[in-house]
Design a protein around this ligand. Structure first.
Ligand SMILES: *[C@@H]1O[C@H](CO)[C@@H](O)[C@H](O)[C@H]1NC(C)=O
Ligand SMILES: *[C@@H]1O[C@H](CO)[C@@H](O)[C@H](O)[C@H]1NC(C)=O
Ligand SMILES: *[C@@H]1O[C@H](CO)[C@@H](O)[C@H](O)[C@H]1NC(C)=O
Ligand SMILES: *[C@@H]1O[C@H](CO)[C@@H](O)[C@H](O)[C@H]1NC(C)=O
Ligand SMILES: *[C@@H]1O[C@H](CO)[C@@H](O)[C@H](O)[C@H]1NC(C)=O
Length: 314
Protein backbone atom coordinates (compact mmCIF):
# COMPACT_ATOMS: atom_id res chain seq x y z
CA UNK A 1 0.00 0.00 0.00
CA UNK A 2 2.72 2.40 1.04
CA UNK A 3 4.74 1.42 -2.00
CA UNK A 4 1.73 2.04 -4.19
CA UNK A 5 1.19 5.41 -2.60
CA UNK A 6 4.75 6.43 -3.15
CA UNK A 7 4.59 5.23 -6.75
CA UNK A 8 1.44 7.24 -7.18
CA UNK A 9 3.21 10.24 -5.69
CA UNK A 10 6.12 9.76 -8.04
CA UNK A 11 3.73 9.62 -10.99
CA UNK A 12 1.88 12.67 -9.72
CA UNK A 13 5.14 14.45 -9.17
CA UNK A 14 6.45 13.57 -12.60
CA UNK A 15 3.24 15.01 -13.96
CA UNK A 16 3.70 18.13 -11.91
CA UNK A 17 7.23 18.43 -13.12
CA UNK A 18 6.14 18.09 -16.68
CA UNK A 19 3.55 20.75 -15.99
CA UNK A 20 6.13 23.02 -14.53
CA UNK A 21 8.64 22.04 -17.10
CA UNK A 22 7.93 25.28 -18.89
CA UNK A 23 9.67 27.10 -16.09
CA UNK A 24 13.17 27.03 -17.40
CA UNK A 25 16.33 27.36 -15.48
CA UNK A 26 17.90 30.74 -15.98
CA UNK A 27 21.59 30.23 -16.44
CA UNK A 28 22.32 33.80 -15.47
CA UNK A 29 20.86 33.37 -11.96
CA UNK A 30 23.66 32.08 -9.76
CA UNK A 31 22.85 29.20 -7.45
CA UNK A 32 21.82 30.08 -3.90
CA UNK A 33 23.44 28.63 -0.79
CA UNK A 34 21.54 26.32 1.56
CA UNK A 35 22.46 25.77 5.19
CA UNK A 36 20.86 24.11 8.21
CA UNK A 37 20.56 25.82 11.56
CA UNK A 38 21.49 24.80 14.22
CA UNK A 39 22.83 21.66 12.52
CA UNK A 40 22.29 19.14 9.75
CA UNK A 41 22.26 16.31 12.31
CA UNK A 42 19.26 16.74 14.60
CA UNK A 43 17.54 14.68 17.29
CA UNK A 44 13.98 13.48 16.59
CA UNK A 45 11.10 15.82 17.47
CA UNK A 46 13.36 18.87 17.26
CA UNK A 47 13.09 21.77 14.81
CA UNK A 48 15.54 22.81 12.18
CA UNK A 49 15.68 25.89 9.98
CA UNK A 50 16.95 25.55 6.43
CA UNK A 51 18.22 28.88 5.19
CA UNK A 52 18.37 29.61 1.49
CA UNK A 53 20.42 32.63 0.58
CA UNK A 54 21.17 34.58 -2.58
CA UNK A 55 22.47 37.98 -3.49
CA UNK A 56 19.67 38.54 -6.04
CA UNK A 57 16.75 40.71 -4.95
CA UNK A 58 13.00 40.43 -5.61
CA UNK A 59 12.90 36.66 -5.73
CA UNK A 60 10.80 33.86 -4.27
CA UNK A 61 12.33 30.72 -2.86
CA UNK A 62 11.45 27.05 -3.10
CA UNK A 63 12.77 24.06 -1.18
CA UNK A 64 13.04 20.56 -2.58
CA UNK A 65 13.65 17.24 -0.90
CA UNK A 66 15.18 15.02 -3.51
CA UNK A 67 13.22 16.17 -6.53
CA UNK A 68 10.00 16.81 -4.65
CA UNK A 69 9.05 20.36 -3.72
CA UNK A 70 8.44 20.67 0.00
CA UNK A 71 5.08 22.25 0.71
CA UNK A 72 4.69 24.61 3.62
CA UNK A 73 1.39 25.69 5.12
CA UNK A 74 2.67 29.25 5.20
CA UNK A 75 5.01 30.83 2.74
CA UNK A 76 8.50 30.80 4.20
CA UNK A 77 9.75 33.63 6.30
CA UNK A 78 11.43 35.43 3.45
CA UNK A 79 13.37 38.63 3.64
CA UNK A 80 15.58 40.28 1.09
CA UNK A 81 17.70 37.59 -0.54
CA UNK A 82 16.99 35.00 2.15
CA UNK A 83 14.30 32.47 3.05
CA UNK A 84 14.03 30.45 6.24
CA UNK A 85 12.22 27.14 5.94
CA UNK A 86 11.26 25.86 9.38
CA UNK A 87 10.91 22.07 9.62
CA UNK A 88 9.22 21.20 12.92
CA UNK A 89 8.82 17.97 14.86
CA UNK A 90 11.49 16.18 12.83
CA UNK A 91 10.95 12.49 12.10
CA UNK A 92 13.18 9.91 10.44
CA UNK A 93 11.24 10.60 7.25
CA UNK A 94 12.56 14.18 7.26
CA UNK A 95 16.07 12.86 6.63
CA UNK A 96 17.22 13.31 3.10
CA UNK A 97 18.88 15.46 0.48
CA UNK A 98 17.59 19.01 0.18
CA UNK A 99 18.19 21.74 -2.36
CA UNK A 100 16.71 25.17 -2.75
CA UNK A 101 16.26 27.51 -5.66
CA UNK A 102 14.73 30.88 -6.32
CA UNK A 103 12.88 32.53 -9.15
CA UNK A 104 12.05 36.10 -10.04
CA UNK A 105 8.70 37.42 -8.97
CA UNK A 106 8.11 39.01 -12.35
CA UNK A 107 7.45 36.81 -15.36
CA UNK A 108 9.02 35.01 -16.99
CA UNK A 109 9.42 32.95 -13.81
CA UNK A 110 12.69 31.31 -14.50
CA UNK A 111 14.27 29.52 -11.63
CA UNK A 112 17.88 29.69 -10.59
CA UNK A 113 20.34 26.84 -10.57
CA UNK A 114 19.65 24.59 -7.57
CA UNK A 115 21.86 25.09 -4.54
CA UNK A 116 24.44 22.52 -3.52
CA UNK A 117 22.83 19.47 -1.89
CA UNK A 118 22.31 19.62 1.86
CA UNK A 119 22.05 16.35 3.78
CA UNK A 120 19.66 16.49 6.72
CA UNK A 121 19.79 13.64 9.23
CA UNK A 122 17.42 12.85 12.08
CA UNK A 123 19.06 10.56 14.63
CA UNK A 124 17.57 7.62 16.50
CA UNK A 125 16.76 4.99 13.90
CA UNK A 126 19.66 2.63 14.70
CA UNK A 127 20.96 1.60 18.12
CA UNK A 128 23.79 3.71 19.39
CA UNK A 129 27.45 3.01 18.69
CA UNK A 130 30.20 2.99 21.32
CA UNK A 131 32.91 5.62 21.47
CA UNK A 132 36.29 4.89 23.01
CA UNK A 133 39.59 6.68 23.35
CA UNK A 134 42.76 4.70 23.22
CA UNK A 135 44.32 7.09 25.70
CA UNK A 136 42.34 6.72 28.91
CA UNK A 137 41.64 9.67 31.16
CA UNK A 138 43.62 12.83 30.89
CA UNK A 139 45.65 13.62 27.80
CA UNK A 140 48.44 16.15 27.59
CA UNK A 141 48.34 19.03 25.16
CA UNK A 142 50.00 18.32 21.79
CA UNK A 143 49.37 14.60 22.12
CA UNK A 144 47.52 12.78 19.34
CA UNK A 145 44.23 11.25 20.47
CA UNK A 146 42.35 8.53 18.60
CA UNK A 147 38.62 8.19 19.22
CA UNK A 148 37.11 4.99 17.91
CA UNK A 149 33.42 4.82 17.04
CA UNK A 150 32.11 1.28 16.74
CA UNK A 151 28.74 0.01 15.59
CA UNK A 152 26.92 -2.33 17.98
CA UNK A 153 26.18 -4.85 15.24
CA UNK A 154 28.20 -6.30 12.46
CA UNK A 155 26.54 -5.29 9.29
CA UNK A 156 27.27 -5.65 5.63
CA UNK A 157 26.20 -2.21 4.71
CA UNK A 158 28.77 0.58 4.73
CA UNK A 159 27.90 3.67 6.70
CA UNK A 160 29.45 7.01 7.43
CA UNK A 161 30.48 8.08 10.90
CA UNK A 162 30.18 11.56 12.39
CA UNK A 163 31.97 12.80 15.48
CA UNK A 164 29.93 15.21 17.61
CA UNK A 165 31.10 17.46 20.41
CA UNK A 166 28.79 18.82 23.09
CA UNK A 167 28.38 22.56 22.60
CA UNK A 168 29.21 22.42 18.88
CA UNK A 169 26.02 22.35 16.82
CA UNK A 170 27.58 20.77 13.77
CA UNK A 171 29.54 17.51 13.70
CA UNK A 172 33.22 18.25 13.95
CA UNK A 173 34.20 15.32 11.67
CA UNK A 174 32.46 13.13 9.13
CA UNK A 175 34.34 10.09 7.86
CA UNK A 176 33.61 6.95 5.94
CA UNK A 177 32.40 4.81 4.44
CA UNK A 178 33.23 1.90 6.71
CA UNK A 179 31.38 -1.16 7.93
CA UNK A 180 32.24 -1.63 11.58
CA UNK A 181 34.24 1.15 13.11
CA UNK A 182 35.98 4.41 12.44
CA UNK A 183 39.01 6.06 13.96
CA UNK A 184 38.82 9.80 14.46
CA UNK A 185 42.23 11.17 15.19
CA UNK A 186 42.64 14.49 16.94
CA UNK A 187 46.15 15.63 16.14
CA UNK A 188 48.18 17.65 18.56
CA UNK A 189 45.26 18.42 20.89
CA UNK A 190 44.95 21.75 22.66
CA UNK A 191 42.95 22.75 25.72
CA UNK A 192 40.09 23.77 23.39
CA UNK A 193 39.73 20.10 22.34
CA UNK A 194 38.64 19.18 25.85
CA UNK A 195 34.97 18.31 26.09
CA UNK A 196 32.30 15.65 25.80
CA UNK A 197 32.36 13.73 22.53
CA UNK A 198 29.85 11.35 20.98
CA UNK A 199 29.40 9.78 17.57
CA UNK A 200 26.66 8.59 15.23
CA UNK A 201 26.64 6.52 12.06
CA UNK A 202 24.27 6.90 9.14
CA UNK A 203 23.25 5.34 5.85
CA UNK A 204 24.69 6.98 2.77
CA UNK A 205 21.58 6.35 0.65
CA UNK A 206 17.84 6.78 1.13
CA UNK A 207 16.25 6.59 3.64
CA UNK A 208 19.38 8.17 5.21
CA UNK A 209 18.72 6.73 8.63
CA UNK A 210 21.05 7.73 11.44
CA UNK A 211 21.80 6.05 14.76
CA UNK A 212 21.23 7.39 18.21
CA UNK A 213 24.34 9.22 19.45
CA UNK A 214 26.79 7.15 21.49
CA UNK A 215 27.28 7.79 25.19
CA UNK A 216 29.41 10.82 25.96
CA UNK A 217 33.13 10.37 26.27
CA UNK A 218 34.85 13.10 28.24
CA UNK A 219 38.29 14.17 27.08
CA UNK A 220 40.31 16.25 29.50
CA UNK A 221 43.38 18.00 28.18
CA UNK A 222 46.11 19.01 30.56
CA UNK A 223 47.43 22.20 29.04
CA UNK A 224 51.01 23.22 28.53
CA UNK A 225 50.08 26.46 30.36
CA UNK A 226 49.51 24.43 33.51
CA UNK A 227 52.76 22.56 33.04
CA UNK A 228 54.63 25.83 32.49
CA UNK A 229 53.12 27.27 35.66
CA UNK A 230 54.13 24.19 37.64
CA UNK A 231 57.70 24.43 36.31
CA UNK A 232 57.85 28.17 37.12
CA UNK A 233 56.51 27.46 40.59
CA UNK A 234 59.17 24.81 41.21
CA UNK A 235 61.93 27.14 39.95
CA UNK A 236 60.66 29.97 42.19
CA UNK A 237 60.60 27.59 45.13
CA UNK A 238 64.18 26.52 44.51
CA UNK A 239 65.24 30.17 44.10
CA UNK A 240 63.46 31.07 47.34
CA UNK A 241 65.16 28.27 49.25
CA UNK A 242 68.49 29.34 47.82
CA UNK A 243 67.94 32.97 48.84
CA UNK A 244 66.92 31.98 52.37
CA UNK A 245 70.02 29.83 52.55
CA UNK A 246 72.19 32.73 51.45
CA UNK A 247 70.40 35.32 53.54
CA UNK A 248 70.58 33.43 56.79
CA UNK A 249 74.28 33.01 56.00
CA UNK A 250 74.28 29.54 57.34
CA UNK A 251 76.34 28.61 54.35
CA UNK A 252 78.43 31.77 54.43
CA UNK A 253 80.46 30.64 57.36
CA UNK A 254 80.84 26.93 56.95
CA UNK A 255 83.67 26.76 59.43
CA UNK A 256 81.38 28.10 62.09
CA UNK A 257 78.43 26.09 60.97
CA UNK A 258 76.73 24.11 63.55
CA UNK A 259 76.26 20.45 63.43
CA UNK A 260 72.66 19.83 64.19
CA UNK A 261 71.82 16.41 65.17
CA UNK A 262 69.59 14.85 62.58
CA UNK A 263 67.95 12.70 65.15
CA UNK A 264 66.92 15.64 67.23
CA UNK A 265 63.29 16.35 66.74
CA UNK A 266 63.18 18.87 69.48
CA UNK A 267 61.80 22.00 67.87
CA UNK A 268 62.92 24.15 70.71
CA UNK A 269 65.87 26.40 70.39
CA UNK A 270 69.01 24.57 70.79
CA UNK A 271 72.31 26.01 71.60
CA UNK A 272 74.57 24.24 69.29
CA UNK A 273 77.90 25.90 69.24
CA UNK A 274 79.81 28.65 70.81
CA UNK A 275 82.97 29.90 69.29
CA UNK A 276 84.99 32.98 69.89
CA UNK A 277 84.70 35.34 67.01
CA UNK A 278 87.64 37.58 67.65
CA UNK A 279 90.75 37.50 69.71
CA UNK A 280 90.49 40.05 72.44
CA UNK A 281 92.97 42.34 74.10
CA UNK A 282 92.29 41.50 77.69
CA UNK A 283 89.41 43.32 79.29
CA UNK A 284 87.51 44.31 76.21
CA UNK A 285 84.32 42.49 75.35
CA UNK A 286 84.66 39.36 73.33
CA UNK A 287 82.27 38.73 70.55
CA UNK A 288 80.86 35.25 70.54
CA UNK A 289 78.81 33.71 67.84
CA UNK A 290 75.96 31.74 69.04
CA UNK A 291 74.33 29.64 66.43
CA UNK A 292 70.79 28.70 67.09
CA UNK A 293 68.79 26.35 65.09
CA UNK A 294 65.14 26.45 65.78
CA UNK A 295 64.17 23.31 63.98
CA UNK A 296 66.76 20.87 63.09
CA UNK A 297 65.73 19.20 59.91
CA UNK A 298 67.62 17.02 57.51
CA UNK A 299 69.18 20.18 56.14
CA UNK A 300 69.89 22.36 59.08
CA UNK A 301 70.87 25.40 57.10
CA UNK A 302 67.57 25.51 55.30
CA UNK A 303 65.68 26.09 58.49
CA UNK A 304 65.39 29.52 60.06
CA UNK A 305 68.89 29.53 61.36
CA UNK A 306 70.14 32.49 63.29
CA UNK A 307 73.39 33.57 64.67
CA UNK A 308 73.41 35.88 67.62
CA UNK A 309 76.26 38.03 68.77
CA UNK A 310 76.92 38.03 72.44
CA UNK A 311 79.24 40.35 74.22
CA UNK A 312 81.04 38.58 76.97
CA UNK A 313 83.22 40.43 79.41
CA UNK A 314 86.24 38.44 80.32
C1 LIG B 1 9.24 23.64 17.21
O1 LIG B 1 8.50 24.69 16.62
C2 LIG B 1 7.15 24.74 17.05
C3 LIG B 1 6.44 25.79 16.23
O2 LIG B 1 7.21 26.93 16.11
C4 LIG B 1 7.10 25.03 18.54
O3 LIG B 1 5.78 25.05 18.99
C5 LIG B 1 7.86 23.95 19.29
O4 LIG B 1 7.95 24.27 20.64
C6 LIG B 1 9.28 23.81 18.72
N1 LIG B 1 9.91 22.66 19.33
C7 LIG B 1 11.13 22.69 19.82
C8 LIG B 1 11.64 21.42 20.40
O5 LIG B 1 11.80 23.72 19.80
C1 LIG C 1 50.92 13.06 15.85
O1 LIG C 1 50.64 12.67 14.51
C2 LIG C 1 51.45 13.33 13.55
C3 LIG C 1 50.97 12.92 12.17
O2 LIG C 1 50.52 11.59 12.14
C4 LIG C 1 52.90 12.94 13.80
O3 LIG C 1 53.71 13.60 12.86
C5 LIG C 1 53.29 13.36 15.19
O4 LIG C 1 54.60 12.92 15.48
C6 LIG C 1 52.34 12.76 16.22
N1 LIG C 1 52.63 13.34 17.52
C7 LIG C 1 52.74 12.61 18.63
C8 LIG C 1 53.02 13.33 19.89
O5 LIG C 1 52.61 11.38 18.60
C1 LIG D 1 21.63 -6.19 16.04
O1 LIG D 1 20.71 -5.73 15.08
C2 LIG D 1 19.42 -6.29 15.20
C3 LIG D 1 18.57 -5.76 14.09
O2 LIG D 1 19.35 -5.35 13.02
C4 LIG D 1 18.83 -5.95 16.55
O3 LIG D 1 17.57 -6.54 16.72
C5 LIG D 1 19.76 -6.44 17.65
O4 LIG D 1 19.28 -6.01 18.90
C6 LIG D 1 21.15 -5.87 17.43
N1 LIG D 1 22.07 -6.39 18.42
C7 LIG D 1 22.79 -5.61 19.21
C8 LIG D 1 23.72 -6.27 20.15
O5 LIG D 1 22.71 -4.40 19.18
C1 LIG E 1 42.27 2.52 14.97
O1 LIG E 1 43.15 2.85 16.00
C2 LIG E 1 43.62 1.72 16.75
C3 LIG E 1 44.48 2.25 17.86
O2 LIG E 1 45.20 3.38 17.52
C4 LIG E 1 44.38 0.79 15.82
O3 LIG E 1 44.80 -0.34 16.55
C5 LIG E 1 43.49 0.37 14.68
O4 LIG E 1 44.22 -0.42 13.77
C6 LIG E 1 42.92 1.59 13.96
N1 LIG E 1 41.96 1.14 12.99
C7 LIG E 1 41.91 1.63 11.77
C8 LIG E 1 40.85 1.09 10.89
O5 LIG E 1 42.69 2.50 11.40
C1 LIG F 1 31.00 16.60 30.30
O1 LIG F 1 29.77 16.17 30.83
C2 LIG F 1 29.78 16.02 32.23
C3 LIG F 1 28.46 15.42 32.66
O2 LIG F 1 27.43 15.79 31.82
C4 LIG F 1 30.02 17.38 32.86
O3 LIG F 1 30.04 17.25 34.27
C5 LIG F 1 31.35 17.91 32.39
O4 LIG F 1 31.56 19.20 32.90
C6 LIG F 1 31.40 17.94 30.88
N1 LIG F 1 32.75 18.28 30.48
C7 LIG F 1 33.03 19.33 29.70
C8 LIG F 1 34.47 19.57 29.43
O5 LIG F 1 32.17 20.04 29.23
Amino acid sequence: MAAMMSQLLVVLYTGLCAGRGNRMTDETLPKPSLSAWPSWIMPPKSNVTLQCHTSTNDVNFALRKGNVPVEFPQSPDSTEGMARFLLTDLQASSSGLYTCEYYRRDPPQRSSQPSDILLLLVTGEFSKPSLQAHQRGVVTARENVTLQCQRPNNSFESVKFALLKAGAAEPIRVQGPAKKKMNFSLRSVTVSDAGNYSCVYFLMRAPFWASEPSNHLEITVKGTVELTLIVIFILLFILGVFLIYKYTQCGAAPNKMTKCSRSSKDPQEQRTSVQPGKESDGGSPVCVYLYVCRVCTFACCLCPCKHVYLSVHM
